[in-house]
Design a protein around this ligand. Structure first.
Ligand code: FES
Length: 311
């Protein structure tokens, strides 16, 4: 996938530790369009690549807006970007991809967001025109609640902000949300792992549930040794116990795009032609995993001894 060049147009304070970055195309050209729920990888020299959700509505400005939270557990990404990015700077971005599609086909829509998980949800909200919708937005404190004022000013009656000291048990809170909305409601969730786990516990009874996780739900699969045929490149590679398929591909000179290396961003998606996959990503639905048409080599592996990829 080609990288896009873009300029940092604005940097905005959104909340404590959270800065907003807006990117525009160069030479009066617009960046490519994106759909709500999309994310992009951000490439800045000497900072590890990271993926960020786009929180704006593309049609409003033809720019990309992301929010970066200076996470104290950061492995160099968020902190590095906040230190390095300056207004006017030229950076590289991946083309937008969407692992968290907004459907918007039903009359009632519910969003559950936790912390920085508000970003893909905000983009979806900006696209709603007529339906009934409600946002339950969990934040640690008022100071850390990005977009709170904007949401109150623009969508007040649709938004319930729940601060940590009022939230209590997250499972109970999520239980309550599902109790007061019908099975015909579309539910979207993005937030920390305990929120995602609580949300997923309703998937069997509520058919229209969609979520995006910022943390991996499974460990990468590195237990097996196996052979992989790269059909287009006409190559065979060996993957040994202890390494991921992505490690083996890179070691063998295959330039596979990647970012999170944790099965959450979607950057390394690779088409599968033959062989069963041990899927460990947090992106594919159960049905998509069964279809076995695609995989994420940063975390998933062959189930057996042989796999054929369409690269
Ligand atoms: S690198 Fe992010 S899903 Fe593989």
């Amino acid at each position: 996938m080609e990288r896009l060049k873009a300029r940092v147009k604005t940097i905005t304070y959104l909340a404590e530790d959270i800065l907003g970055y807006e990117f525009e195309g160069l030479n009066q050209k617009f960046l490519p369009a994106f759909t709500p729920g999309s994310n992009v990888d951000l490439f800045v020299e000497s900072v590890p690549v990271r993926s960020y959700s786009l929180y704006n509505k593309y049609e409003d400005s033809h720019t990309y807006k992301i929010a970066i939270n200076k996470d104290e557990k950061s492995r160099g990404g968020s902190m590095g970007f906040q230190n390095k990015l300056k207004a006017g700077q030229i950076v590289e971005l991946s083309e937008p991809r969407n692992n968290f599609t907004f459907h918007g086909e039903h009359n009632d829509i519910v969003f559950i967001a936790g912390g920085i998980g508000i970003t893909p949800i905000l983009s979806m909200i900006e696209h709603i025109s007529e339906q009934n919708w409600k946002l339950y937005y969990f934040a640690r404190s008022e100071d850390k609640c990005a977009f709170a004022q904007y949401l109150k000013d623009k969508f007040d009656q649709h938004v319930e902000i729940i601060l940590s000291n009022q939230a209590g048990n997250i499972q109970k809170r999520v239980d309550h949300v599902f109790q007061v909305h019908s099975r015909n409601t579309e539910f979207y969730c993005c937030g920390p792992s305990n929120m995602i786990e609580a949300f997923k516990s309703f998937q069997a009874d509520f058919p229209l549930t969609y979520y995006e996780s910022f943390v991996p739900e499974h460990e990468a699969s590195t237990e097996n040794s196996y052979t992989v045929e790269l059909r287009k490149s006409n190559k065979l590679i060996e993957v040994v116990q202890g390494e991921t398929l992505l490690d083996a591909l890179l070691k063998n000179g295959c330039d596979v795009m990647h970012s999170c290396k944790e099965g959450i961003c979607g950057a390394c998606e690779t088409p599968v032609l033959e062989g069963a996959v041990d899927h460990r990503d947090s992106i594919l639905t159960d049905d998509e995993k069964l279809e076995n048409k695609t995989m994420f080599p940063c975390c998933s592996s062959a189930k057996d001894k042989f796999l054929v990829l369409d690269i």
